[in-house]
Design a protein around this ligand. Structure first.
Ligand SMILES: Nc1ncnc2c1ncn2[C@@H]1O[C@H](COP(=O)(O)OP(=O)(O)OP(=O)(O)O)[C@@H](O)[C@H]1O
Length: 133
């Protein structure tokens, strides 16, 4: 039995998106910073057994950074084909796309400190005081 075409289209869209993600991770050095930081934040969150709202904050922050990096990658790739020669306005567009990643990364860092900071401090403090006794 053949699958309904809408299901196939849905599957294909998912495959295209995964291909885009893999390509971006392979070609953009920034992901080699974003991904370990994201994994570290989730690992610490798991270790601290964070409350759901803290997890939501962390997941939203990670998604925000990765999505902006993916859009920045898409714009860079497009520029290389559509306008490979140097152009002041193209440069401004690329700078604005890079700035979007910077804004997302700064916001994610602030979210990380607010969401992970207090429970991490409490746990480290507990460990330090229990080892003193
Ligand atoms: N065609 C262009 N015209 C004008 N300025 C450009 C052009 N291409 C790149 N630039 C300038 O160079 C900067 C870096 O662009 P590029 O696309 O190389 O980003 P990158 O993040 O360094 O690339 P990658 O992520 O592939 O290492 C841009 O922000 C822009 O200021």
């Amino acid at each position: 039995m053949t699958k309904p075409s809408s299901t196939i289209r849905c599957y294909q869209k998912f495959a295209f998106a995964v291909t885009g993600l893999i390509h971006a991770v392979k070609t953009q050095n920034s992901f080699w910073v974003h991904l370990p930081v994201a994994l570290a934040a989730m690992g610490i969150g798991y270790w601290l057994e964070l409350e759901p709202w803290r997890w939501v904050s962390i997941v939203v922050a990670i998604a925000m950074v990765l999505s902006s990096e993916l859009l920045n990658t898409a714009i860079e790739e497009m520029v290389r084909v559509v306008h490979p020669s140097h152009d002041v306005q193209i440069g401004r567009a690329l700078d604005a796309a890079a700035a979007a990643v910077l804004v997302a990364a700064i916001a994610a860092a602030v979210i990380g400190v607010i969401a992970i900071g207090p429970p991490l401090w409490d746990t480290v403090f507990d460990l330090a005081t229990s080892s003193d006794q």
